[in-house]
Write a protein that binds this ligand. Structure first.
Ligand SMILES: Cc1ncc(COP(=O)(O)O)c(C=O)c1O
Length: 452
């Protein structure tokens, strides 16, 4: 009997040339000469240039094989280059590469929107397809304004909703905002996101009281507030999981005060957090839902879904849409998204994410329990954060950046999160093998124990 060799996708790391290898370094040099210096971070240990990716593996241009614990910004929940997605892309590419989204739409747009409305948390949903997560948020904010007539918004401290101007106005990180502050809408009241480990948290009750006050008194610029935008689990803020019951009471408060709720499920949605939408088990009852990342299976695609009664506030198209874009309903992205939705359903991806995620969480908690630098390992499905602190118990500034750099040298791709770069964020593919998971936990724990 022969034992099958593990295939690219389920391999352990194999580092042939200390990353970044020579080919990556020379590409970085070329890129640095021609790309805006703000875009790709380049230093002696960063970045590697990707050549190919499948399942949980990435191979770089120097032949190094990595385990992708980032899922490439959380996109690759069903793994890189899933065969079903690649097949859909190939078939679609041979027929129609580009359509005229809001004028003469490609057929896939109809099928995809029907499917998305089928998974929305309301009967009678309607949707707008968009291209990036930020654009889905723009459409959600525009929809809320049209539906409520109240421009003010409540967002949460630490929130990340994207970097286009409307989305940036509800994103709470000085790093992203400071140069553009003067151009950002001033009608946003930021309320604390509760309960994160005592470091920067307030209790759920305190947060809800502040929410109620903001909804009653209006935004800092005096505008009445029509909408609350929230991530069910804050991702980029450092995997901040809300306390039990918080989202349900938040929904009651918003309803009582006449505000609609936008759930930004761009990171959490489509199975990442162990359910199709993270809002549902958390008790959040949104009126608008934004999806992105996983949706396109690697193609740039996002969507804004809303209750029909809310979406109907948009005026009838009289010949020219007032929100659209050149690539709206792109046929390739619609085709891959339909394949993604099939895979998510047929392989019970949310349930798998719950099982794989809770095993990973338990393993990490066990192996890091004696580490003085780790204040908490937390998560929801396959979104896991390891929070690092100093000896004084303060967020360890750039601690997770150092972990990410060291991990790369050992063949693990991961990203830092949190305002202080102090949370190691893990959002791997659901098909991470047991062997890959065990190896990742061992390597990560050893890196974290040795740092300081
Ligand atoms: C919760 C959330 N909203 C919005 C966005 C913005 O998405 P994009 O980068 O596709 O514009 C992100 C991206 O990470 C996100 O995590």
């Amino acid at each position: 009997m022969t034992v099958a060799e593990p295939r690219f996708g389920s391999l352990l790391p194999d580092i042939l040339a200390s990353p970044p290898g020579g080919v990556s370094r020379s590409l970085a040099k070329r890129l640095k000469a021609v790309e805006s210096r703000n875009i790709t971070y380049v230093d002696s240990g960063w970045p590697i240039f990707w050549q190919e990716a499948r399942g949980s593996n990435v191979r770089d241009v120097d032949g190094n094989v990595y385990i992708d614990l980032s899922g490439a910004f959380g996109v690759a929940l069903i793994g890189h280059a899933h065969a079903g997605v690649v097949r859909a892309l190939r078939v679609q590419g041979e027929n129609l590469l580009h359509g005229m989204g809001d004028i003469h739409p490609p057929v896939g747009k109809v099928e995809l929107i029907e499917r998305l409305c089928g998974i929305a948390p309301w009967v009678g949903a309607q949707a707008v397809l968009t291209t990036s997560g930020s654009e889905a948020v723009e459409v959600a904010l525009k929809t809320a304004q049209i539906a409520t007539g109240k421009p003010g918004i409540v967002a949460f401290k630490g929130a990340y909703h994207g970097l286009t101007m409307g989305a940036l106005a509800v994103t709470d990180r000085a790093h992203f905002r400071s140069y553009f502050e003067a151009q950002l809408y001033k009608g946003v009241a930021f309320v604390p996101f509760p309960g994160c480990n005592g470091i920067s948290g307030v209790t759920a009750d305190e947060a809800l009281e502040l929410l109620r006050t903001a909804l009653r008194h209006g935004a800092p610029n005096g505008d009445p507030i029509g909408a609350v935008i929230i991530e069910p689990v804050q991702g980029r803020a450092g995997v901040r999981v809300p306390p039990d019951g918080f989202m349900a009471v938040l929904s009651d408060v918003a309803m009582e005060e006449g505000a609609i709720i936008i759930a930004d499920e761009i990171f959490t949605g489509l199975g990442r957090c162990g359910s199709l939408l993270a809002s549902e088990p958390l008790g959040l009852r949104p009126d608008i839902v934004c999806l992105g990342k996983v949706l396109g299976g690697g193609m740039p695609l996002s969507a804004c879904l809303a209750r029909q009664s809310i979406m109907c506030a948009w005026p009838q198209n009289d010949g020219e849409a007032i929100h659209t874009n050149t690539f709206l309903g792109h046929p390739l992205a619609c085709a891959t998204a339909l394949a993604v939705l099939d895979i998510v359903e047929q392989h019970s991806i949310p349930e798998c994410a719950e099982v794989v995620g809770s095993e990973l969480l338990t393993e990490l908690r066990g192996s890091l329990r004696d580490s003085d630098t780790v204040s908490e390992v937390r998560g929801c499905g396959l979104m896991i954060g390891i929070e690092l602190v100093t000896a004084e118990g303060l967020p360890w500034k750039d601690g997770a950046v150092r972990v990410a750099e060291a991990a790369l040298g050992h063949g693990l791709i991961l990203l830092p999160a949190g305002e202080h770069g102090h949370v190691v964020e893990l959002t791997p593919p659901v098909f991470l093998t047991g062997e890959q998971a065990a190896h990742s936990v061992a390597v990560l724990s050893s890196i974290i124990q040795k740092l300081h």
